[in-house]
Design a protein around this ligand. Structure first.
Ligand code: ZN
Ligand code: ZN
Length: 267
């Protein structure tokens, strides 16, 4: 049993100590509840507002030039980044709404760990308002959320990418075609080639429906893109099955490949 006696109170069973604990619980509950109120901005706490108010979106989600195939920020959006030019990625295109950082890292963490459906709507809106996202969705025949492994899905109880995909394109979203066969260990200490190797065999298509991919334009949806190894691994499976075009839409892109979302967000 762990107990934290209030300073000078001897033990937690004393009335002031108990009231202090009750007060703390009420306060934490209020903070959690307030954060979920649709009428309060989760970033600046202004209200009435959407989940993230227009001022905060304008301040923290300004579209910026990005590499069209890996979404890394660039000085100009007209050409691919050096990395993509020297080693063309398995994705034909990639759109990220924001950089992974304040306030979105906290927002995404809350979305993922609390599974608040109203966050899915707000974050999908953020993606939708990013240049090139809407045309990619319109041209897509299939929208596939990055799947979780059965083990991870059991732990979390929901797939955050599926929630996003359903808000982006409910009629095109297919949550059972692309499968994640096993959980991948944290990849932060691995190089690019090793990451891809680590993910080898992680994805597969549902065997009886693999032909549904042939000739299709496919959009993959994920919450955070770090090195891109996970998306590339999924894209490789889709290409092998004959997909005509594979792109990705993500909420946030990390700017430092070292920061792996498997590490920082326990994917
Ligand atoms: Zn705000
Ligand atoms: Zn690039």
């Amino acid at each position: 049993m762990s107990s934290n006696p209030a300073p000078g109170k001897g033990n937690t069973s004393s009335l002031p100590g108990m009231w202090s604990q009750v007060g703390q619980k009420v306060w934490h509950h209020w903070q959690r509840t307030a954060a979920q109120l649709p009428s309060q901005c989760a970033v600046c706490h202004a209200w009435p507002a959407q989940r993230v108010c227009n001022d905060c979106v304008a301040r923290f989600a300004q579209p910026r030039p990005r590499c069209p195939t890996c979404a890394m920020p660039l000085a100009q959006a007209t050409v691919r980044c050096g990395e993509c030019l020297s080693r063309p990625p398995l994705l034909d295109g990639c759109v990220a709404a924001v950089d992974y950082g304040f306030p979105w890292s906290g927002v995404l963490s809350g979305f993922k760990f609390h599974g608040d459906p109203s966050w899915a709507n707000a974050l999908a809106l953020l993606i939708r308002s990013t240049p090139w996202a809407e045309p990619a969705l319109e041209a897509a025949g299939l929208v596939l959320p990055l799947p979780l492994s059965p083990q991870r899905l059991r732990q979390r109880g929901f797939n955050q990418s599926l929630l996003l995909a359903r808000h982006l394109a409910p009629e095109k979203t297919d949550a059972t075609l692309l499968l994640r066969l096993h959980h991948t260990p944290a990849q932060s200490s691995l190089g690019r080639a090793q990451r891809l190797l680590n993910l080898e065999g992680a994805f597969a298509l549902e065997p009886t429906r693999a032909s549904a991919v042939r000739g299709q334009r496919i959009v993959l949806v994920d919450d955070v893109m770090t090195t891109g190894a996970t998306l590339h691994s999924a894209a490789a499976v889709l290409r092998q099955a004959g997909a005509a075009h594979v792109s990705a839409l993500v909420v946030a892109r990390t700017r430092t490949p070292d920061l792996d979302s498997d590490e920082c967000m326990a994917l």
